[in-house]
Design a protein. Structure first.
Length: 317
């Protein structure tokens, strides 16, 4: 694919910035080394930006999981309104940057996306909360791919996040160009195999939406398409769904290649479906045959090249 860079918001401590309550950091080298050359980082530390400094006294969430308060652990000082006021202004600033993804710090009372400890008097803390800033971020940017750093150590989650972030970049650039109905048809066509690898139900809904796009206001169609597209990509792709897509690709080549090549491709697809080999193996075989027998529709599919190959996210079983 093109030399693509995605703009990603990130908790500052994950980049090695010494902004933690103890004056330290939580540098995540998997993130910085794996994604670094493909990401334009936008670091944010809510506690530092509301003026608490580092080192500082710790904070925690208190009350109900749905509407917690952000309090100083020792002092009991309530920072909820300060954090909320700052966050709303910060999110408007970030909106102008057109982020393509966001990586949050797990467990943080400001940045944790899930399972943040919430304390109630006389009870054991429960991991039922969400950080104050994280909750506002998710509410403000409903389509934005967002993950916590620890979850990204899971290969399938990491692959899904990166695929969504690059897809969101493509979608933002597409909408910015003020597309017409024919442009949307072309965009949807390029993403058909990608959608099938995630959700057949969303693929069909999006197809119906595009088919009727000429009868509706374009802004409304684009809003609905963008929501469904990102919703579809949140559905995790599986080996079975990938195998179905690979057989679909094989159908385009069955009359172009000989019996031995078809057997080799079928064997590679089956071995991948059984998780004996990584996805990159059948994909590489298909690209080899497509160079010899070009099929324009397939070459245009984002499925074959959803993000820089150097990320090697399809190289693992």
């Amino acid at each position: 694919m093109e030399n693509a860079v995605i703009r990603v918001g990130i908790s500052s401590c994950l980049l090695g910035q010494k902004v933690r309550y103890d004056g330290g950091h939580k540098l995540d080298t998997l993130i910085t080394e794996t994604f670094g050359k493909y990401c334009e980082w936008v670091p944010v530390c809510p506690e530092m930006e509301i003026g608490l400094g580092a080192p500082r006294k710790t904070l925690h969430l208190v009350g109900s999981a749905k509407r917690p308060r952000l309090l100083g652990t020792e002092s009991g000082t309530d920072y909820t309104d300060t954090m909320t006021h700052w966050a709303r202004k910060k999110l408007e600033e970030l909106a102008r940057l057109n982020l393509h993804g966001y990586i949050l710090k797990q467990g943080s009372p400001s940045c944790g996306m899930e399972r943040v400890r919430v304390y109630r008097e006389g009870e054991t803390a429960r991991r039922t909360g969400m950080g104050i800033y994280a909750g506002l971020l998710l509410g403000r940017f409903g389509l934005l791919p967002v993950e916590e750093e620890r979850r990204l150590h899971d290969m399938s989650i990491r692959q899904n996040f990166v695929e969504r972030a690059f897809a969101y970049r493509r979608w933002q650039e597409f909408v910015k160009a003020k597309p017409q109905t024919g442009d949307l048809v072309s965009f949807h066509t390029r993403h058909k195999l990608t959608l099938l690898s995630h959700s057949d139900a969303h693929y069909r809904r999006l197809g119906r939406l595009v088919a009727g796009a000429g009868k509706r206001k374009m802004n409304s169609v684009l809003d609905e398409y963008g929501c469904l597209l990102m919703e579809a990509l949140r559905v995790r792709a599986t080996a079975r769904k990938h195998a179905n897509v690979l057989y679909h690709i094989l159908g385009f080549l069955k009359n172009e290649i000989d019996a031995d090549d078809r057997t080799e491709l079928t064997s590679a697809i089956n071995d991948y479906r059984k998780q004996l080999i990584p996805l990159v193996v059948p994909i590489t075989l298909f690209l080899h045959h497509l160079r010899r027998h070009p099929v324009q529709w397939l070459f245009e599919q984002t499925y074959l090249n959803p993000y820089p190959a150097e990320l090697m996210l399809r190289n693992h079983v």
